[in-house]
Design a protein around this ligand. Structure first.
Ligand SMILES: Nc1nc2c(ncn2[C@@H]2O[C@H](COP(=O)(O)OP(=O)(O)OP(=O)(O)O)[C@@H](O)[C@H]2O)c(=O)[nH]1
Ligand SMILES: [Mg+2]
Ligand SMILES: [Zn+2]
Length: 355
């Protein structure tokens, strides 16, 4: 079994109301009553590897065999009768699931985390900031059923943080945008609305933006390793290498994640439509159902650009995300032929999605 460091999440099993802190709630409890799982114990997966799961529950702090259908954040019912083979435990229905196209050449969907309530989309007030990337993350969160909140870190290192806030607000009108210094304890009160008892929050974003720093600030300690970014280009050093749920005092859960190099959407049509709701609505008025919004007559979207009501760069970002999501959704379907043409299209998509 690959090693999972049991000490990594703080000694949560000693907390009196561990299940509540882990996010146990009627949505999950109702699934237990409905089934015949007498004596089964709910546990939450706080870390998942291919070969092993670290689960916590009331009086439970165990490493059990891994399974491909389980991701960090999942709830399992550990059946005591099957204690020797807990891999057969029942996986409870998820409240939310964050997923993307797996990075690299594998043509697969990768689950990132389950049962997250709030996704803190973290970016810094420096070269890391990128509106197209923010839109991607927000679409991902909407699709997953998770509330997105944009956090702009390193305000203290920036002469004009207001310019970043304004740029983020312009595209992320559906998500609150907060600017902060991740290293200051003030961040606790700034984020208190979302870090309420029983909630699970996740930090997502590129390497070096301060996800682990924020997790430490919220917990009031330095338990998670952090590392200075490179001076020249402000890029992070990929310090965090695994997704882990942490339980700070305060009765909620924090998921810290490794910085993502690449975030390609898949199965996210509704999420993209929500981020670009105005363009999506206009597209419904185009003369042709399959309008590509390029040169077709009767294109309501192009007309909007012509009137100056739609920014061309934003239109391009939307079309790119729609095309990428369509491509991945079609090509990650099991059984789809792995042809030279799809591989070539894949490479094009991957190149475009790096930002
Ligand atoms: N001055 C200042 N430094 C910050 C802030 N946020 C993060 N840092 C610093 O930025 C560096 C990177 O922070 P990390 O928390 O390791 O970044 P991360 O997002 O967890 O990075 P990965 O684990 O690589 O994905 C550390 O040196 C932090 O102290 C901030 O708001 N202000
Ligand atoms: Mg980190
Ligand atoms: Zn059109």
């Amino acid at each position: 079994m690959p090693s999972i460091d049991r000490q990594a999440p703080p000694p949560a099993a000693s907390q009196p109301d561990i299940l509540a802190a882990l996010g146990w709630r009627p949505f999950f409890a109702d699934q237990v009553e409905a089934g015949s799982n007498d004596g089964a114990q709910p546990v939450r997966v706080v870390e998942a590897h291919r070969g092993a799961l670290h689960v916590l529950g009331e009086g439970v702090d165990r490493i059990i065999p891994g399974r491909a259908d389980v991701v960090v954040g999942d709830w399992l019912l550990l059946d005591p009768v099957e204690a020797a083979e807990p891999a057969t435990s029942r996986l409870l229905e998820r409240k939310s699931l964050i997923k993307r196209r797996a990075p690299g050449l594998e043509r697969q969907v990768q689950m990132i985390a389950a049962n997250i309530d709030t996704a803190f989309i973290v970016s810094s007030c420096n070269q890391d900031f990128n509106v197209a990337r923010l839109e991607r993350y927000i679409a991902l969160a909407f699709e997953a059923g998770v509330t997105p909140v944009v956090l702009l870190t390193k305000a203290d290192l920036c002469d004009d943080p207001a310019a970043y806030v304004e740029a983020a607000q312009a595209i992320a009108h559906l998500a609150p945008v907060l600017v902060l210094n991740a290293r200051l304890a003030d961040a606790q009160s700034t984020l208190a609305t979302w870090c309420a008892p029983g909630q699970t929050v996740a930090f997502l974003g590129s390497s070096g933006v301060g996800k682990s720093t924020l997790a430490n600030t919220l917990a009031g300690n330095e338990a998670i390793e952090t590392q200075a970014i490179r001076e020249g280009d402000a890029k992070g050093r990929h310090t965090t290498t695994r997704r882990q749920l942490h339980l700070p005092a305060g009765g909620y859960a924090i998921l810290d994640t490794p910085g993502m190099r690449e975030l390609q959407l898949t199965g996210a049509e509704a999420g993209v439509a929500e981020v670009f709701a105005d363009l999506h609505a206009l597209a419904g008025q185009c003369r042709f159902n399959d309008c590509q919004h390029r040169t077709e007559p009767g294109c309501a979207v192009r007309a909007g650009v012509g009137h100056g009501s739609i920014e061309n760069a934003r239109l391009e970002r939307w079309m790119k995300l729609v095309a990428e999501d369509k491509h991945n959704t079609a090509n990650l379907t099991p059984g789809k032929a792995n042809t030279a043409a799809t591989r070539k299209a894949d490479r094009r998509m991957r190149k475009k999605s790096r930002s």
